[in-house]
Design a protein around this ligand. Sequence first.
Ligand code: SAH
Length: 245
Amino acid sequence: MSSVPRFFVARNAVDSTQVILSPEDAHHARSVLRLRAGEAIEVCLSDGLVHYCTLTEVEAGRVAAEINQSGASTAEPRLRITVVQALPKNDDKVEQVLQHGTEIGAAGFFLFLSARSVARPDEARLKKRMERWRGIVKAAAQQSGRASLPEVAWGGSTSGLPVLTGDNAFVLHEKASVPLRHALENLSASAPDLKLLVGPEGGFTEEEAADAASRGAVVVSLGPRVLRTETAALTALAQILFVRD
Ligand code: SAH
């Protein structure tokens, strides 16, 4: 990992060859990292490039840098995997999926409530959680040298699993007979994205799995042992990116 601090910025933060950091990133650069004008930073716009920059201004309220050079990142998997995770009861579990899933290479996370999700956060709690979850993903993306910041989205409560006909979607189910590795052999080599659905502690119901299968999802197994929800998500990500990075 590079020791140069990396910032994920919105596209409108870049004006020709100059980057203006958001107030939050500016504060982080100036007051937490204590960076000074003349020091190097790396900036990513989630466009697959890393922009190598030099800080030109580090003032309260304004931190700017100039782009010296840009290069393609080798850290982004070609297959964009969205982890569609039914919210576990325990906060720690979802945080592990977000943190380690980002390191392994997930493109994004879609959290939702399935039939057996026990946690039902109210709006105020959810707002706080989403902020915390996005912070965890950002820190993991910086630490692991990702060039894109995985998105964290909230899907709320759904009737049936969030799969649209035509999606490339794998539903992880401990009772499935098709091993994930076999399903991967049938995934088109040119498929650009994949949804990976993971159940909560109590698992998906048979109805949920059957309904998703009727809309084209492949219901897959990770083997004969029942894994914890967070273990299942991370194991599946690693297995998929092992063959399709
Ligand atoms: N309630 C179930 C286990 C659920 S495990 C029971 O007690 O038997 C939580 C989630 O992890 C599941 O919904 C599934 O998505 C995933 N999972 C765990 N083990 C798995 C396996 N061997 N194969 C596929 N998915 C698995």
